[in-house]
Design a protein around this ligand. Structure first.
Ligand SMILES: [Fe+2]
Length: 452
């Protein structure tokens, strides 16, 4: 009898653990339950996009590539998360007793643990295995998605030493295309220019960009909150109309700009990487990403600690006296060596579309949104429209998870036609279930599921 009870208890324990792993990922709900609408999907017509070409002359192209080859690229994950701006937003919490942050939080300079800026897109993509729908461990998934960036201009705070910023911010072809995108009579306001480098094997999970509202942007609010605000459609009156142009400066295989002009329930379109061409759309609204660079998808960059925010400070730069590029840690350790021609190098341009009244409101701050009001409105929505209890939204984790399930996940989740079961073991381990999980994980992942 005693043995029977013990056996029954064991079975229940295993069942609860597996159920928890299947219905949650990184603590957020991944249920296959009630269908929530994708509020950013187009109603009727597709989302618009424009393609353009002949952006720079031959001489300008050479100058651009020369400048890029001599630049130092940092990891976007580092620029975006470790040096994030949302320190004063009230969403930071103290570290756990073990000194760790837990859930999808990382420590920041204020000593508090902050939710990773875009945990929403990351969680959804990891669950699904990325655009290529791979069975892949979180280590490999994170290494693929940790690409490199150099920002030339941010909200017109440009580094005037860098000719690239001026060249792109006010490029005739880009401005003409943006004018056509924004519409006749609209004012195009160039804002941001940055360059991305993807290593062979890297890609970018599908997402919508972090939007800007009058009075609230990534300097004043967490990025996941801004994204949820956009997806809620409750703040459209304050939303700045963004247009983004992505321009390609490589001739690599793969690495196409993947986007869903008809929403993620419909097939994706892919703009191929062709030098001196570009694509323009509203990337705050249209779900998009980058396909794997190169033809060898088993190629995984040597950044395997990225899932735990290790290797995050690696940089990419030209080796002294040699025509190769090194991926290096700050201590000088070389993680990988590459030819420039294997990189996907792109430059992105962002601007706002205004009419005169909107521009005046933006510049004079006469109709700005504030963080407390936005949070209150979202909480009211979650309680009144989605049946969440107000108590469950008091803790920032509860609030963020509810926003993910109700508003953010629906924009991405139907992209999956499979679930990436290779994340389940890591997920179970996070619940501190017990050592037996760690023992069977490698067998489960690599022998049974064929994960990489
Ligand atoms: Fe994007």
């Amino acid at each position: 009898m005693k043995n029977l009870l013990l056996f029954g208890g064991f079975i229940i324990l295993i069942s609860v653990t597996i159920r928890n792993a299947v219905t949650h990922f990184n603590g957020v709900e991944t249920d296959w339950g009630p269908h929530r609408p994708d509020t950013l999907a187009p109603e009727g017509n597709s989302h618009r996009f424009l393609t353009f070409r002949n952006i720079l002359s031959k001489v300008e192209q050479s100058e651009l590539i020369e400048q890029a080859k001599n630049a130092v690229f940092s990891q976007y994950a580092n620029l975006n998360d470790a040096v994030t701006e949302n320190r004063t937003t009230g969403f930071g919490i103290p570290k756990n007793e073990d000194g760790k942050c837990g859930w999808v939080r990382i420590p920041q300079k204020d000593g508090l643990c902050h939710i990773q800026n875009r945990f929403d897109a990351g969680s959804a993509a990891a669950m699904q295995g990325g655009y290529r729908k791979r069975y892949e461990s979180l280590e490999h998934f994170s290494a693929r998605n940790s690409y490199f960036r150099q920002t030339f201009s941010y909200l017109n705070d440009e580094d005037t030493k860098l000719s690239l910023a001026e060249r792109f911010l006010h490029n005739d072809v880009i401005l003409e295309t943006a004018q056509a995108y924004c519409g006749e009579g609209k004012i195009v306001s160039p804002q941001i220019v940055y360059a991305n480098v993807y290593l062979p094997g890297q890609e970018l999970l599908v997402h919508t960009d972090t939007p800007f509202f009058r009075g609230l942007d990534r300097f004043k609010a967490p990025q996941w909150l801004l994204a949820a605000m956009h997806h809620s459609r409750l703040f459209d009156d304050y939303l700045l109309q963004v247009v983004t142009g992505v321009t390609f400066w490589s001739d690599v295989e793969g690495g196409g700009f993947v986007f869903y002009p008809n929403g993620t329930r419909e097939p994706a379109e892919v703009a191929p990487v062709v030098k001196n061409t570009g694509i323009m759309t509203n990337t705050d609204r249209v779900v998009h990403g980058v396909d794997t660079v190169g033809t060898d998808h088993s190629n995984i960059p040597p950044l395997k600690r990225m899932y735990h925010f290790g290797d995050v400070d690696a940089q990419l730069s030209k080796a002294a006296g040699r025509d190769v590029w090194e991926l290096k840690k700050p201590n000088g350790d070389v993680l990988g060596t590459y030819d420039w021609d294997t990189f996907r190098y792109s430059v992105s341009w962002k601007g706002f579309c205004f009419d005169e009244e909107e521009l005046a409101e933006y510049e004079n701050h006469t109709n700005d949104l504030d963080l407390d009001a936005a949070v209150q409105k979202l909480k009211d929505f979650l309680v009144n429209e989605r049946g969440r209890s107000r108590e469950s939204l008091v803790h920032p984790d509860g609030f963020a998870k509810a926003l993910y399930t109700e508003l953010l996940k629906p924009a991405f989740y139907d992209i999956r036609e499979q679930t990436n079961y290779c994340i389940l073991c890591e997920n179970i381990l996070k619940t501190k279930a017990s050592d037996w999980v760690a023992t069977i994980c490698p067998f489960l992942n690599y022998q049974l599921l064929g994960c990489v």
